[in-house]
Design a protein around this ligand. Structure first.
Ligand code: AGP
Length: 367
């Protein structure tokens, strides 16, 4: 087993460090930034549907949330997203004009598989965004877009998440180009940003950055609750950060879109509550910073994810995690790495076994 962990203390840490390679494999051969085209090698006719339903569980669901945002922005197709266990029982409105996208690392999650069958019954076209080759879901969908992240052993998903998000970006770009909503110049800019991802994630894993996150994780490891905030394409980053922390450290964590805080969760804030805020460069940065100030004014402890070089906003935080600058549309991939490390080092500071979190299985094949 030690050999399989490749010198790392856990599969989870190994898989965190495998992300630059996993992302290269997700993107390789699919991007043509000279022409602004994306090649996905799938039979799907991009003009054959009017709306999209994304269906998944857990971390894959959060990758789907990023996909919802990207597809609506770049391809201007209405997208709704469901947790698979709800979708299958809510008598969803499906027709031949629907594309159902199921997202799953294992391709074996029973709720996702059953939700897929439900969508097919209604006449939907189906696309799987899947890691495990030849898995049950891949045998039942019309098309599969493999994420090629390589086997993921750690129960807490890491490299599969960032690869799923990258595959969602590819799909959004492909749909945007095919449906004429995304111009050549913007496509080239985004393709270039996508191509940079393995390098940016490598940079996010530089030893001094990892050491800083470890320091912050240890400082707050004894908190009983955590709040995670993000906005826009990075609200799923907040949800994913909270899920990762819950799964492996057993600390209660909640996540909200930052603008929603004033509608309730703000009542939780006091000097004992660490609040992780994704405040990297974006169109909504100024608004996010005003949310940070609301937390600060109530004595919450702000841990801010800021883009490299943003010294101005550092004054609003108790602790800063700097992440490499990335185009807003690809930033969820880079920001997720900091979230994974924060959860990892919190769990190890508390002496938890990150590869065998209590009550959890890698793939949930029972209802
Ligand atoms: C992630 O860290 C989880 N362990 C879990 O939420 C997982 O993402 C979910 O069960 C879905 O699994 P799948 O991607 O294999 O369908």
């Amino acid at each position: 087993e030690a050999a399989e962990k490749g010198g790392y203390d856990s599969y989870m840490l190994k898989e965190i460090y495998e992300q630059p390679t996993a992302l290269t494999n997700t993107l390789i051969g699919r991007l043509h930034d000279d022409t602004g085209e994306v090649n996905l090698d799938i039979g799907l006719d991009p003009a054959s549907f009017k709306r999209i339903s994304i269906i998944a569980c857990g971390t894959a669901y959060y990758a789907g949330m990023v996909g919802e945002y990207l597809i609506e922005q770049l391809a201007r197709i209405p997208v709704d997203i469901d947790v698979a266990s709800e979708y299958r029982y809510r008598d969803p409105l499906v027709s031949e004009q629907t594309l159902a996208i199921v997202v799953s690392q294992s391709g074996e999650t029973i709720d996702t598989l059953e939700a897929l069958r439900e969508a097919k019954k209604g006449g939907a076209r189906t696309l799987g965004i899947i890691n495990a080759k030849g898995s049950s879901i891949t045998r039942e969908v019309d098309d599969t877009l493999y994420i090629h992240a390589g086997p993921e052993i750690g129960v807490a998903s890491t490299k599969a998440y960032t690869s799923m998000v990258s595959a969602m970006l590819l799909l959004a770009l492909w749909l945007g180009r095919a449906r004429g909503t995304l111009g050549g110049e913007q496509a080239r800019e985004l393709l270039h940003a996508a191509r940079e991802l393995p390098r940016l994630v490598e940079a996010a894993l530089a030893p001094e950055r990892v050491a800083r996150i470890q320091e912050i994780a240890e400082k707050y490891a004894h908190a009983s609750d955590y709040l995670f905030l993000g906005r826009g394409v990075n609200s799923p980053t907040a949800y994913e950060g909270a899920l990762k922390l819950k799964e492996i450290s057993y600390i209660h964590a909640e996540a909200y879109p930052a603008g929603e805080m004033k509608h309730g969760p703000i009542a939780l804030i006091d000097e004992d509550l660490p609040v992780v805020v994704v405040a990297t460069e974006s169109r909504l940065l100024e608004k996010t910073i005003s949310n940070v100030q609301e937390v600060r004014a109530r004595k919450g402890k702000v841990i801010a994810l800021l883009s490299d070089g943003d010294t101005e906003n550092a004054q609003h935080a108790d602790d800063v995690i700097y992440v490499p600058r990335a185009h807003e549309m690809v930033s969820p991939v880079v920001n997720a790495v900091a979230m994974q490390l924060l959860a990892y080092f919190t769990a190890t500071a508390l002496g938890k076994d990150v590869d065998k979190p209590r009550n959890l299985a890698k793939s949930v094949t029972v209802e």
